[in-house]
Design a protein around this ligand. Structure first.
Ligand code: ZN
Length: 341
């Protein structure tokens, strides 16, 4: 399960807004009050964030009749129903969970997009704004995008379509040109640090977890909550035992397969980088072209191997494949370094 793909159909969504998106919500609310709200917005979101709760919050704020400075009152009829996830004139589609395969579908199905458009634009329960949201919109099928396009060309009255994506480049130009585009950004390092400290991390932890998450505070908090640091040191220890033939590849594969795919991928890529630097001699000699090339090849190979997971193959077997390739590459690099010495 990718962290950015999470949209569980049965779990309740708690609308929430990180402080760094507050200004954007206020701008949207201003537009609404000036009666200049567009009929469709395209939100370009930072990578590796999960924005379901935020899209709900944004919608709740726009549907609220008593909001102040962009903040929903959380007490009016719309707010109460939005918080209970029962508001009839708001609908959102995303990647559905396939119970039989225990994983998320790769794409948003055409029926989902059609139903969304029908529900929100043909029917109406209240004399208020209607909102339809699609996220992650880059996972719409071509047919889905086409049916959405028709709606964008003939917008319904007093209705808003929110199209949200982490991958703007994958949204068809025809859709992009019919929406008002907004790019949402993560906060600067200092702001992220303050936010994480408010969430209970001490300064050292906050700095460290921001490093793990490439400056993404939401992800940093998630990693902190699952004690990622301990997981990293455990994996590093096991990986070095594996390199020294103290444990076998199946054991290491099991350890990784017990995690979320995205987490396993993160752990592997982190250790790959660390070991490439150490074992391929990049630390000692940055000009070591052969080692650098094999390190790069290894990373590319691992990346593509881990991507195969999305094609319904057994994760543990693939992780084992990756781990075997890693060991081979590391051993070869060491030999090539030694032979030059
Ligand atoms: Zn309200």
């Amino acid at each position: 399960m990718k962290m950015v793909e999470v949209l569980e159909s049965n779990s309740k969504i708690e609308p929430s807004c990180p402080p760094w998106y507050g200004e954007f919500v206020m701008k949207m609310k201003d537009l609404q009050q000036q009666k200049r709200l567009p009929h469709a917005v395209l939100l370009s979101l930072p990578i590796e964030t999960d924005e379901v709760a935020f899209i709900w919050y944004l919608s709740m704020s726009l549907l609220c009749r008593n909001s102040t400075e962009g903040r929903p009152c959380r007490q009016c009829v719309s707010c109460v129903q939005m918080q209970a996830n029962t508001y009839a004139d708001f609908n959102m589609v995303g990647l559905e969970y396939d119970e039989s395969k225990k994983k998320y579908y790769k794409n948003i199905k055409i029926e989902q997009t059609r139903e969304l458009i029908h529900d929100v634009f043909i029917t109406r329960s209240y004399d208020n704004l209607k909102i339809a949201a699609i996220y992650p919109a880059d996972r719409m099928s071509i047919a889905g995008a086409n049916s959405l396009l028709k709606t964008l060309e003939e917008p319904a009255e007093n209705a808003l379509i929110i199209i949200a994506t982490h991958n703007l480049g994958k949204i068809p130009v025809t859709i992009r040109s019919r929406c008002q585009q907004w790019t949402l950004r993560l906060p600067c390092f200092e702001e992220a640090l303050v936010w994480l400290e408010k969430k209970g991390l001490d300064n050292e932890q906050a700095v460290q977890y921001l490093k793990f998450s490439n400056g993404n505070p939401g992800l940093a908090l998630k990693l902190f909550q699952i004690n990622y640091l301990e997981l990293v040191s455990e994996f590093k220890k096991k990986f070095s035992q594996y390199l020294n033939n103290q444990i076998d590849v199946v054991m290491l594969g099991q350890f990784l397969a017990a995690r979320e795919v995205e987490l396993a991928r993160r752990l592997i890529s982190m250790v790959v980088k660390a070991y490439c630097f150490r074992y391929c001699g990049l630390n000692e000699s940055p000009a070591n072209k052969v080692a650098a090339r094999s390190a790069l090849e290894l990373m590319t190979q691992i990346e593509s191997q881990l991507m195969i997971e999305e094609n319904n193959l057994d994760l543990q077997l693939q992780l084992i494949d990756v781990l075997i390739s890693m060991k081979q590459t590391i051993i070869q690099s060491q030999q090539s370094i030694r032979s030059r010495e």
